[in-house]
Design a protein around this ligand. Structure first.
Ligand code: GSH
Length: 268
C-alpha cells in the first residue's frame, strides 16, 4: 500500500503547486489538491459517493459540477468531460501527484485512491478481516443491485412512495435486492456494533448512502435497525449538505424522471 499520506509526501494542486499533507489526520491541510467532477446532485448517485466520503472525512477538494443533459456524444456534458476523463462519466477525480497529473475515474477506484493517499483516515477498516468484508459489501454495491437501480432511480427531491409500493409488489428482483441490502446492513451492524456498517463512517457507508436516499424517495418499509442506520446516514453532516444542495438545484431533467412530469416542490 502507498503510504504517502502517512509519510507526509507532497500532494500537488490541480495546477502542479505543492501542497502540504497534514501528517496528523492524513487530510490535506492547505489549499486544494484534488478536484472532484460531479453531476447534478439530485440525480447522480455515483457522484454522491466520493463527494460524501471526502466531505465526511474532512479531505479538502475543489468540486466541478457538470450539468447533466442529453448525454449524447456531442452534448455539452460529454464535451466538458471529454477533456477530463476517458469515460465521459462522473464522478472523476483530478489530482497532481508527485508532479504528474492524475485522473482517477470510477467510484471504486476513486475510493481506493483516497484510502491509499490518506491512510490515517481509515476510510477502510483498520482490521484486515473487517476490511475484507467492507470491500466485499462495497464491491457488491458497485457491481450489483441492478433491479434497485433501474426501478428506483436516484432522485433526492422526489417523494414517490406509491411508485415504490407498486414496484415492490410487482418485481421479485427488486424485493430480492432490498432484502439482500437490509440483511447485509443487519449483519454488518451486528458484528461492528455500529453506529455505521463497520463502526465509524467509511467507504462502505458512502457507497450505501445513496441507497438510503433511494429507500426514502420510494418509501421502502424498513425495520427498526435499518431505520436507525438510515437515520444516522441522513444525519451525517456531509449527507445533509448533499441533500440540501440537491434540493436547491431546481433542475428538473425529464430524461431522469420516468415517474414525474414536473417537480413536486418537496422540502425534505
Ligand atoms: N461505474 C461508474 C458509473 C458512473 C456513471 O454511470 N455515472 C453516470 C452519472 S451517475 C454518468 O456519468 N452517466 C453519463 C453517461 O452514461 O453518459 C462509477 O462507479 O463511477
Amino acid at each position: 500500500m502507498d503510504d504517502a499520506g502517512e509519510r507526509g509526501d507532497t500532494i500537488h494542486g490541480p495546477h502542479g503547486e505543492a501542497r502540504a499533507d497534514d501528517k496528523g489526520t492524513g487530510a490535506v491541510a492547505m489549499g486544494t489538491a484534488l478536484t472532484l467532477y460531479i453531476g447534478n446532485r439530485n440525480y447522480s448517485s455515483w457522484s454522491m459517493r466520493p463527494w460524501v466520503l471526502m466531505r465526511q472525512a474532512g479531505i479538502d477538494f475543489d468540486e466541478v459540477m457538470v450539468r447533466f443533459d442529453s448525454q449524447a456524444p456531442d452534448s455539452e456534458f460529454k464535451r466538458r468531460l471529454a477533456v477530463v476523463s476517458p469515460t465521459g462519466k462522473v464522478p472523476v477525480l483530478g489530482a497532481v501527484v508527485d508532479g504528474s497529473p492524475l485522473v482517477v475515474w470510477d467510484t471504486l477506484a476513486i475510493a481506493e485512491f483516497l484510502a491509499e493517499r490518506f491512510p490515517a483516515l481509515h476510510l477502510w477498516p483498520a482490521q484486515p478481516v473487517s476490511r475484507a468484508r467492507a470491500r466485499s459489501v462495497t464491491a457488491e454495491m458497485h457491481s450489483g443491485f441492478t433491479a434497485l437501480r433501474s426501478r428506483f432511480g436516484f432522485n433526492v427531491e422526489a417523494e414517490l412512495p406509491q411508485v415504490g409500493q407498486r414496484a415492490l409488489a410487482e418485481d421479485p428482483a427488486l424485493r430480492a435486492d432490498v432484502a439482500r441490502i437490509t440483511q447485509m446492513w443487519h449483519d454488518c451492524l451486528a458484528v461492528s456494533g455500529g453506529p455505521f456498517l463497520f463502526g465509524s463512517f467509511g467507504i462502505a457507508d458512502a457507497f450505501y448512502a445513496p441507497v438510503v436516499l433511494r429507500f426514502r424517495t420510494y418509501g421502502v418499509p424498513l425495520d427498526a435497525a435499518c431505520v436507525g442506520y438510515a437515520r444516522r446516514i441522513v444525519e451525517c453532516v456531509a449527507v445533509r449538505e448533499w441533500i440540501d444542495a440537491a434540493l436547491a438545484e431546481h433542475d428538473f431533467l425529464p430524461f431522469y424522471e420516468p415517474y414525474r412530469s414536473a417537480p413536486q416542490g418537496a422540502s425534505r
